[in-house]
Design a protein around this ligand. Structure first.
Ligand code: PNW
Length: 463
């Protein structure tokens, strides 16, 4: 039952969700500061941008408590930790003058992790664009790929003597679609479909630019990836027809939909946008946005594909083999966030993605929010998190047994944190955070995960 040798057992977080220290040591504001601090009722949605008007000003105060947090990670036995860097902590204006204190924070964090025997995995962009760059047009500004490259160079110069693993972007789909097309996250834009494609093209170019910079300047030989959230599907049964139908659904575009994974992954791994999607959007796909050299930059080779997987949609084949969505039955297993419990996605999606793109895979996020609290005995009992992770990890092992190179698994999240538009109302952590006192309590799942890691997955087997 054991997982591959050197499997990266980890947990993940993101800067704005845990750091706090929002106005400290020269950090500039990001679009999430602006969005969270706007507490007016959004009349289109009849709610504040963030539930309760919560902001990330203090969050888990990780900026001041990172040493304690690294000790907790060590206690959990983590071998790897994925965290993101706040662009506006490094470059308060998004470009120009470097904030040395901001860089020092991450440099100290990396030292602390290495001293604890934990491998750092860095995400360079997890949605918190410097506000100063939004003010000049954000991702629609044609300079953005270069500006991202310059920021990445500063980080690589400071940390690549100790850091090997780099991810350019976290879930560009969520950032672009929810933030710019649906207008339900920062920077709260509602652009046209044509502009939507300009945004996709721009952020993918920024990815490619970053890959070139890391490859060129990194001191330690880098392993470079990206962490998108591919739309996830799984077959009703193991029958060949159902599996093929689920795969077809995962990579086909049959409606005007930006979430289809091929919009995001084909350019990176195949060097082109998907023909079926271009056909469907017709004149709304701005072919003229693609300039000579763009696709080469976007498809600059990378070393791994990180995937954030939470829930998926069940698919079966109809009589002619075409995919049909199987609706969820009443009472379907749900997390506190009302996301479905669909462990099969960790078996099938890595297989589908490896089959199409031939690239090693990491699960860069997986987990759930539950209604956890500190019990009278002082502990946090979260049996459903344990059961969820066990189910998902057992499915992931099937992908590995099928021959798909899965290199690691990062639980979302290392600790409870700021869940974007839902503020502090969702608890995703394996460590409980009391936001009043900032007291951390390892949940039962943290001790359980410790044993999973220690046994390299053997303890997942149910006796
Ligand atoms: C991810 N969905 O976002 C993010 O990378 C994290 O920052 C976040 O805290 C975590 O998942 C939990 O939400 C997602 O609608 C946002 O399925 C939305 C979805 C999935 C992931």
């Amino acid at each position: 039952m054991s997982f591959p040798k050197d499997f990266a057992w980890g947990a993940a977080t993101a800067a704005y969700q845990i750091e706090g220290g929002a106005g400290e040591d020269g950090r500039g504001p990001s679009i999430w500061d602006t969005y969270a601090h706007n507490k007016k009722i959004d009349l289109l949605r009849n709610r504040m941008n963030i539930l309760n008007g919560d902001t990330g000003d203090t969050a888990c105060d990780h900026y001041h408590r990172y040493k304690e947090d690294v000790q907790h990670m060590k206690e959990m036995g983590l071998l790897a930790y994925r965290f993101s860097i706040s662009w506006s902590r490094i470059l308060p204006e998004g470009r120009g003058k470097v904030n040395e204190k901001g860089l020092k924070f991450y440099s100290d964090l990396v030292d602390e992790l290495i001293a604890a025997g934990i491998e750092p995995y860095i995400t360079l962009f997890h949605w918190d664009l410097p506000q100063a760059l939004q003010d000049i047009g954000g991702w629609l500004n044609p300079e953005m790929p270069d500006l991202f490259g310059k920021y990445v160079k500063v980080v690589v110069d400071a940390l690549s003597d100790r850091v090997t693993y780099w991810m350019t972007l976290n879930e560009p789909q969520c950032h672009i679609i929810i933030g710019h097309i649906d207008g339900e996250c920062a920077p709260k834009q509602r652009v046209t479909d044509r502009q939507g494609f300009y945004l996709i093209h721009s952020i993918l170019k920024a990815h490619g630019k970053a890959v070139r910079i890391i490859r060129k300047y990194a001191v330690k030989k880098p392993q470079i990836g990206i962490a998108p959230n591919p739309s996830a599907y799984y077959p009703s049964t193991d029958r060949k027809e159902d599996v093929q139908a689920a795969k077809k659904m995962a990579f086909g575009i049959t409606s005007r939909n930006f979430w289809c994974s091929t919009w995001w992954l084909d350019p990176i791994f195949l060097g082109c946008y998907p023909e079926d999607g271009i056909h469907i959007f017709g004149d709304d796909f701005p072919l003229e946005m693609i300039k000579p050299g763009d696709m080469e930059m976007i498809s600059e080779p990378i070393d791994f594909l990180g995937c954030n997987f939470y829930q998926g949609t069940e698919i079966r084949a109809d009589k002619s083999g075409e995919p049909v969505i199987v609706p969820r039955k009443p009472g379907f297993d749900m997390t506190a966030f009302k996301w479905g419990v669909t462990p099969q996605i960790l078996h099938y999606m890595p297989n589908f993605l490896y089959n199409r793109y031939q690239i090693p895979i990491y699960i860069t996020e997986n987990g759930l929010s539950m209604a956890d609290w500190v019990s009278l005995d002082g502990k946090v009992h979260d049996p459903q998190r344990i059961d969820f992770m066990q189910r998902y990890l057992l499915e992931l092992k099937k992908a590995i047994d099928d021959g798909t190179p899965v290199k690691g698994y990062f639980a979302w999240s290392m600790m409870d944190n700021y869940e974007w538009s839902n503020g502090y109302t969702e608890r995703f952590g394996m460590i409980h955070v009391d936001y009043e006192t900032q007291k951390r309590t390892l949940k039962d799942s943290a001790y359980w995960y410790h044993d999973v890691i220690k046994s390299n997955g053997k303890s997942l087997l149910i006796e």
